[in-house]
Design a protein around this ligand. Structure first.
Ligand code: UDP
Length: 236
């Protein structure tokens, strides 16, 4: 667990995006993992995912407030959350600015198709290289298609850890691309699901909003967070 925290991006959203801009411009292959406490707990329980989190090929950003707080408790000066939704929004703007292409993989058909349409409409210089919903059987075959298209951004919304495991299986076969596992971001950015109101975000209570809206998440949230907190306490 400590190895994960040593890698968590410290400087906050703006510098992270600046760095991504440089990497997009220079075609430097990049793999971003957006982490909340649950993500890190899965790492401690799943060997393949642990390898991804530790790999020098991946960057870990603190998506959840729990990761920022825990990092600070352990002496890593992580400044603020860098959320998946905001990274994706930032990447769309960068793709538009630098005339880059985007592939969207994941979420339900109406979500991903609506997001693709929205991108085509709102960003004149960005190209949608393609999209595919996340409920197809053979997800590795989709990655073969993505490789043939060679897009600049590959956003994968299948939930943790499936999205990262899939990216990791194919990453070495790509010459370029910014790869990000973006969880439920397409649902929000398609306009079909609301992100928490600004006040929840400002007070770092976005997690609470999600539980209120989707009570089915509570079991999963509780289990991983209780374990996470006790693990962090023991590490101090
Ligand atoms: N999803 C998918 N295929 C699946 C399972 C999930 O495309 O087989 C999508 C789902 O529609 C949603 C995203 O993956 O858009 C997962 O969102 P969630 O908020 O659960 O992400 P997490 O909390 O796991 O990051």
């Amino acid at each position: 667990m400590r190895e994960y925290f040593a890698k968590v991006y410290k400087d906050g959203y703006e510098p992270f995006l600046k760095m991504l801009e440089k990497r997009v411009k220079e075609d430097q292959k990049t793999f971003v993992v957006t982490a909340n406490p649950e993500t890190l707990m899965i790492g401690t329980e799943n060997a393949a995912f642990d390898k991804i989190l530790r790999s020098e090929k991946t960057m870990i950003v603190p998506d959840g407030i729990g990761v920022v707080k825990a990092a600070n408790m352990l002496g890593y000066p992580v400044k603020e959350r860098v959320t998946g939704v905001e990274i994706v929004q930032g990447l769309f703007r960068l793709a538009d600015k630098h005339r880059k292409s985007v592939y969207l993989f994941g979420a339900k058909e109406d979500v991903v198709s609506r997001l693709a349409e929205r991108l085509e409409r709102e960003y004149k210089m960005l190209t949608v290289a393609g999209y595919q919903n996340g409920y197809v059987k053979d997800k590795d075959a989709v990655f073969e298609e993505i490789r043939a298209l060679s897009p600049d951004l590959v956003l994968v919304a299948l939930g943790i850890p499936a999205q990262e495991l899939l990216i990791a299986r194919h990453y070495d076969q790509f010459d370029k691309g910014i790869f990000v596992g973006v969880g439920g971001s397409f649902d929000v950015l398609s306009g079909l699901k609301k992100r928490a109101p600004a006040i929840f975000i400002r007070w770092n209570l976005e997690w609470l909003y999600r539980i209120i809206k989707e009570p089915g998440r509570f079991g999963r949230f509780y289990k991983s967070n209780v374990k996470f907190i006790s693990k962090i306490r023991k590490m101090r």
